[in-house]
Design a protein. Structure first.
Length: 98
């Protein structure tokens, strides 16, 4: 019930959530592509700590992947909370013997 109240304030639709998820996965793929295809072709290694540093690119990939997974987890929490709320509400409605 608490998660339902917590996420109730967000006004994101399911289609928007799916779009964010796919964009984060696509971004992770682009970072991986840059890391595997373009970095080996550079004449000199990128400066440490720059955006092209392999460790930084790897962090970008991990960050995008983690945020995409977090979005899926949040969606599942919302759906489970809605199901539990509906189930509890309907069971208390039908158990009332007035």
């Amino acid at each position: 019930m608490y998660t339902l109240q917590l996420y109730h304030n967000y006004s994101i639709t399911m289609n928007e959530a799916k779009e964010v998820h796919s964009m984060l996965r696509r971004a992770a793929g682009i970072f991986t592509f840059v890391q595997t295809e373009f970095l080996p072709q550079l004449d000199s290694p990128p400066p440490l700590g720059s955006d092209l540093d392999p460790r930084v690119l790897n962090a970008y990939v991990n960050q995008c992947t983690a945020e995409a997974q977090e979005g899926c987890t949040r969606a599942k929490i919302i759906l489970i909370s809605l199901f539990e709320y509906t189930y509890i509400g309907s069971s208390s409605f039908y158990s009332y013997s007035g």
